[in-house]
Design a protein around this ligand. Sequence first.
Ligand code: COA
Length: 199
Amino acid sequence: MAVAIRQAQPGDIPEVVEMINGFASRNLMLPRTPEAMAKTLPDWLVAVEREEDRGDVLLGCGSLVALTPELAEVRSLAVHERGQGKGVGSLVVENLVGLAKAREFSQVCALTLREEFFQRLGFEIVDRWSISPKLWQECIYCPKFHRCDEVAVLKYLTERRPEEANGSRSGQVNPLLKWQAWQPLKLAYSYKPIHLDEE
Ligand SMILES: CC(C)(COP(=O)(O)OP(=O)(O)OC[C@H]1O[C@@H](n2cnc3c(N)ncnc32)[C@H](O)[C@@H]1OP(=O)(O)O)[C@@H](O)C(=O)NCCC(=O)NCCS
């Protein structure tokens, strides 16, 4: 299978959104609208299979979102069922990491249910609350907000300073971030809704 990664084009939008929303309907990721994708098109990559007679056949997609000047997020990663398990998802993430480096971010993160997949690509699991609150901006739209099972993963794109290289930083507050900012959201997240039928 000849897979190419390229920047998304306007003509990709309907198929990409349909694929993402198919997975979203199974609670695997958040849905996207064509309008939102169109507004951020330069931040999207697609994986396609090049076929002479049919042109590009969509296999996967992913986007890079700037959370802070230092930190970018891999978002909306999806691979069509016809392309899964063949390295396409890994290729999309590697290219998004390359894009993050080219845009001079020093860290790239993701929220995922597939943490082992990201670990194989050099990401480490971190405390979700150590990442910029902007990572959580979208969470209020998620049906799983109060019972989130996603894991935060982070990859450093620049060399670590010697005092940071002993691994002790994992799970700790990210020094690049203003941790106070996420406290209200953390409280909201920890709040357990009370249902009338509960004792
Ligand atoms: C998660 C997802 C993006 C992974 O994409 P993918 O193309 O299947 O990923 P890869 O093929 O690169 O890697 C998947 C597995 O195949 C294995 N693999 C990689 N290259 C391979 C190859 N050439 N042949 C066989 N297996 C391979 C990898 O080791 C990996 O193992 P893992 O599942 O234990 O991590 C895809 O499954 C998906 O879109 N899922 C639904 C949407 C979703 O969950 N999105 C949110 C993701 S955070």
